[in-house]
Design a protein around this ligand. Structure first.
Ligand code: SF4
Length: 237
């Protein structure tokens, strides 16, 4: 992604998990995945978009947001972990009593795990795909399942913060993606809290894939919730 971290958005948001809202969300440009349905594709696929990260300027904005009522600070992307130094600088400027949330696609390497363990208050991994085939076809990534499950287990065991696992429901991907993720969470992550996101929109390059050209149907949402209930998962609003 280059030497400079860039931020394509920094603002207070109210569309994430209820317990974190309002959150001051700082979004870094660039991502190592290439999800064709990425709603922030233009910035997430291009690490050169946005303003250059300057810790001093951001500290003033974080303080203003917290004074204005933000209950948490969320770092996201693209993939924020690609900008490890900037993420650590951000962590240092967030007041002790304000939770720092890391929203990540889960592709953490050993170095990132080493630096971020004990620093993040709420881990928010986005567990998108239930198998390597869909991950390769829709996001151009290899070995997705092994990397994701290893990192989610690490977050639960050694991450040092709370864990909420996200899954974005995609049209036509209940059986291949949501069900394996739900079953794995149920069998390996007893008591984990899960955020089942139902706001998929056919954005960016989604029309490359026929099944992604529509919204998730009401019956798919209902079936997805039934899967969660059958697996005994605790869904967070
Ligand atoms: S992981 Fe997230 S930010 Fe990266 S390409 Fe996929 S949807 Fe976009």
């Amino acid at each position: 992604v280059g030497r400079e971290a860039r931020v394509f958005s920094a603002q207070t948001e109210v569309t994430d998990e209820l317990e974190l809202l309002p959150t001051y969300a700082v979004a870094f440009s660039g991502c190592q995945l290439r999800c064709d349905f990425c709603v922030t594709g233009a910035a997430s696929w291009n690490a050169r978009v946005g303003e250059v990260w300057e810790a001093g300027k951001m500290e003033a904005r974080v303080q203003a947001a917290v004074s204005g009522g933000a209950r948490s600070v969320m770092v996201l992307g693209g993939e924020p972990v690609l900008h490890l130094t900037a993420v650590l600088e951000l962590a240092a400027m967030v007041p002790e009593e304000v939770p720092l949330v890391l929203k990540t696609n889960g592709g953490l390497g050993r170095e990132a795990r080493g630096f971020l363990g004990g620093v993040i208050d709420v881990w928010l991994p986005d567990f998108k795909f239930g198998n390597d085939r869909c991950a390769l076809r829709l996001a151009g990534v290899d070995d997705y399942w092994a990397i994701m499950t290893k990192n989610v287990e690490w977050m639960a065991r050694e991450g040092g913060g709370a864990l909420v696992v996200r899954h974005l429901l995609m049209p036509g991907h209940l059986e291949c993606c949501w069900e394996p993720v739900a079953r794995w969470l149920s069998s390996r992550m007893a008591g984990v809290r899960v955020s089942l996101r139902e706001g998929y929109v056919p954005a960016w390059k989604a029309d490359r894939h026929p099944e992604l050209r529509r919204w998730v149907s009401g019956s798919e949402m209902e079936r997805a919730r039934q899967v969660a209930a059958a697996c005994g998962l605790e869904l967070v609003p």
